[in-house]
Design a protein around this ligand. Structure first.
Ligand SMILES: [Zn+2]
Length: 474
């Protein structure tokens, strides 16, 4: 029996607001002393009331629109009740049946083919604190409690662990491009729950699934899904396909999942409308106004860089990966001209990005555009262009002054070039004879090399070749 893999994701993204979702505590708690970014509201002291952070709502709406979702004119918050030491209030404020957005679509590129993945919804909720289990007990840090999250739920449209990973990466790029989140995996700002089931090819119904909770890297997402895929494939082969939903966790060190709960012990969250927060309402015009601020998204850039600027797939992919890099590239192309797009891409990829902290260097789009203008006018060679850009990263000096300081200008001065040409011809009589007799015409490249060496690379190669040919034809 041929089986098909069915995967859906829940992606939790932490919004990069200044303050938490319902209080004014600092939202940037990464690396802070435990329990120093807390207040009576996020610690759920009796009588404290939450107030929705407007910036968090704005960022959620922007992210949802960029994920192709419709924004609902009416949505509300609900309490999701469960008891766990990382949750001071005993409930999470989330959105149950009326989320802020629904019905989205994200396009991804898998092995050269475009695929559309449905987004069921993207809703707003607050995060819990963090527990650290030690030999002597469990430590609770509530700095993260109350941090704003969007939970992005996909349709079961993904057909392989690789596709799931590609979608997760695309979502990371999208939320970064709209400025909703920095989505740094290593800081826990993006986490996944992944559901997987199998079914015989051709069938439409969905079989019981396994949900893998709390995956915190792209690698573990793919590894955990592959592990469950193998496990379920074996069960199907033995005619023992899972007969109920299960929830598992992932042990990254051991490379395997462990059972958290089966269907019988499924959680009952006893959702009910949050009484302390008013519903969220929008006018259609407000949503249109936000829509107008959504920038060009990474996959659209990837396509345009190839079609309009002639970049290769690899170049386009790399340059459309992150917002800072894409805008640096585009600003440079704007100065240099679209016909030099490929050359701009090349200098950025080969010279600028070599420095991991390129953003902290002194390079600007003007440096690169000016350097390419010098190259186009024949004043410098391609290798000198690279040298100038590398130097500008360190000093911030203008392209022209670096060219002058380092003596990188190509000599177009025919007098100096003629001296080198004459010298090389005189010193290589045998080679000259071979070329002139037609015995070995390719040796002209050897003479060319000698002349360039004499000029220490400063001679304009076009002029050298022209003069050399004239002298040899004599
Ligand atoms: Zn607080």
């Amino acid at each position: 029996m041929k089986l098909e893999t069915i995967i859906g994701l829940e992606v939790h993204v932490q919004l990069n607001t200044k303050t938490k979702l319902f209080c004014s505590c600092d939202n940037d708690a990464f690396g802070a002393e435990p329990n120093t970014r807390v207040c009576p509201i996020c610690m759920a002291f009796p009588g404290m009331l939450p107030v929705l952070n407007q910036k968090a709502l704005d960022k959620s709406v922007k992210a949802a629109l960029a994920l192709g979702c419709e924004i609902k004119l009416f949505s509300k918050f609900d309490r999701k009740n469960y008891f766990y030491p990382d949750l001071p209030s005993g409930y999470q404020i989330s959105q149950f049946d009326q989320p802020v957005s629904e019905n989205g679509m994200v396009e991804i590129l898998v092995d050269g083919e475009y695929r559309n993945i449905g987004i069921t919804r993207a809703h707003i909720e607050n995060d819990a604190g963090k527990l650290t289990h030690t030999a002597t007990g469990t430590l609770c840090d509530y700095n993260r409690a109350g941090t704003p999250l969007i939970e992005i739920v996909t349709e079961p449209d993904l057909r392989s662990p690789l596709e799931a990973q590609i979608l997760a990466k695309e979502i990371q790029k999208i939320v970064r491009f709209v400025g909703a989140s920095t989505a740094d995996m290593e800081k826990g700002m993006m986490r996944f729950d992944a559901s997987i089931s199998l079914r015989p090819v051709g069938e439409k119904k969905l079989y019981p699934r396994t949900e893998i909770k709390n995956l915190n890297s792209f690698a573990s997402l793919q590894k955990a899904l592959n592990y469950e895929l193998k496990k379920q494939t074996k069960l199907w082969a033995k005619n023992e396909a899972p007969d109920g939903d299960t929830t598992v966790g992932w042990l990254d060190d051991e490379g395997k999942t462990y059972l958290m709960r089966s269907k019988e012990s499924a959680m009952d969250y006893r959702y009910f409308p949050e009484p302390d927060l008013p519903p969220i309402t929008f006018e259609a015009a407000e949503i249109e106004a936000v829509k107008a601020t959504i920038p060009e998204l990474p996959l659209a850039k990837y396509k345009r860089y190839q079609s309009a600027l002639g970049l290769t797939e690899q170049e386009a992919l790399k340059l459309s990966e992150a917002p800072e890099l894409a805008s640096f590239f585009e600003a440079t192309v704007e100065l240099a001209g679209e016909d030099l797009g490929r050359k701009v891409a090349n200098l950025i990829l080969v010279v600028v990005l070599v420095e991991t902290y390129w953003k902290k260097t002194l390079i600007t789009p003007t440096h690169i555009a000016d350097t390419l203008a010098l190259q186009s006018s024949g004043k410098i060679s391609a290798s000198a262009a690279k040298e100038i850009v590398a130097e500008a990263m360190k000093t911030g000096d203008s392209a022209e002054s670096i060219m002058n300081d380092k003596g990188l200008a190509q000599k177009s001065d025919t007098g100096a070039i003629e001296t080198w040409v004459t010298e090389v011809i005189a010193n290589n009589a045998a080679v000259v004879a071979d070329i002139q007799s037609g015995k070995n015409p390719k040796m002209i490249q050897f003479l060319m090399g000698q002349i360039m060496k004499q000029s220490k690379g400063s001679a304009n190669p076009g002029i050298v070749m022209k003069m050399l040919k004239e002298k040899l034809e004599g």
